[in-house]
Design a protein around this ligand. Structure first.
Ligand code: MG
Length: 339
């Protein structure tokens, strides 16, 4: 007979094992709708599972990371990105005796609000929508309104503050915020080299010197510094050491200059504005189509938000297919034509 490890026993283990500064599951500020607890999983394990089983999560596989609708098998998508963020965040959280389950839940959920076509799509929706659009704010809308998951406060807070100037309320949220950058800078170098957007010799020397010659070494070096510097300051914050942070920010600036803006991988982005712009106008003129697409009645006055909800939820491929269906003429009757 084996003694099964129930939720309460796991919560007791958390209290024993984790740092006093960790966010313990049973101390969560809770859900918007109170619920009975699960027998086997803590609140944050349950949040993680809800995210993982959601449709919004599955759609991440069809959303651009940097390269639009990539055909190659090995390019990152939003889905592989969040899995990498989750893995790095868990390593850091565990090493710092923080709540690994909370870090994992935030990491898996943090990009649920992303549009098709990456940041190009986000910029277009921001211009088209009267209230503006930001993927972190929309992510909270996804888990609260569009596919309600009744997640804990700490996970919703982590989604909202994973980007921008706001500081997450938990150290676990801070871990994800930095590990998101660690993940994307490293995998985007890798993808840019694969695509020929960068050659090895384009990457500045300090990157190899400071962080190492391969993606794995570079992630390892960043994690090492992150853990040591955060532990050294007594978890006053999750941080890198000043020297490493300086090079990290320099690398980030380099990637923005050479890959994220103005590289050949970005040429297609000009077309994204045209595609999403035309779909946006068409759905506004056909709210009945929106109701069908969203599976709920869109009432007068709700159209602007509903269009954005629908467009933001699309994968790259779905957006392209919808455009084709709505705007491109279909060849007709050619094969059956009598000769
Ligand atoms: Mg991210």
């Amino acid at each position: 007979m084996v003694q099964a490890l129930g939720r309460e026993a796991q919560e007791a283990q958390e209290a024993e094992r984790l740092s006093p500064l960790a966010c313990l599951s049973h101390q969560s500020r809770g859900r918007a709708e109170p619920e009975a607890e699960c027998d086997w999983r803590t609140a944050f394990q349950r949040d993680r599972d809800r995210v993982l089983h959601s449709k919004a999560f599955r759609r991440l596989k069809g959303k651009t990371q940097v390269f639009l609708a990539p055909q190659g098998d090995h390019y990152r998508t939003r889905l592989t990105h969040v899995l990498e963020v989750a893995q790095i965040s868990r390593t850091v959280a565990r090493a710092l005796r923080l709540n690994e389950d909370l870090a994992e839940a935030i990491a898996l959920a943090h990009d649920l609000g992303h549009t098709p076509f990456g940041h190009a799509g986000e910029d277009v929706l921001d211009q088209l929508h009267p209230a503006g659009f930001a993927h972190n704010e929309h992510g909270v809308r996804v888990v609260e309104k569009l596919e309600p998951m009744n997640l804990s406060f700490e996970v919703r807070d982590g989604i909202l503050h994973h980007t921008g100037p706001g500081v997450p309320a938990t150290l676990e949220g801070q871990v994800v915020k930095i590990c998101d950058r660690v993940a994307y800078l490293n995998h985007d170098i890798d993808d840019a080299l694969r695509a020929g957007v960068l050659r090895d010799r384009d990457v500045p020397d300090f990157v190899f010197k400071r962080f190492g010659p391969s993606s794995g070494k570079r992630i390892g070096a960043m994690v090492q510094d992150l853990v040591q510097a955060s532990a050294a300051c007594g978890l006053a914050e999750i941080r890198m050491s000043p020297e490493v942070l300086e090079d990290f920010l320099e690398l980030r600036a380099f990637m923005f200059r050479r890959v994220y803006r103005g590289s050949k991988a970005k040429v297609e982005e000009a077309k994204v504005a045209g595609l999403l712009g035309r779909l946006h106008a068409w759905y506004l003129a056909h709210p009945e189509k929106l109701s069908v697409a969203l599976g709920r009645v869109v009432r007068p006055g709700e159209e602007a938000q509903a269009v954005v909800d629908h467009l933001a939820g699309m994968t790259d491929r779905y957006a392209l297919a919808t455009y084709e269906q709505v705007f491109l003429p279909r060849p007709w009757g050619l094969i059956d034509e009598a000769r």
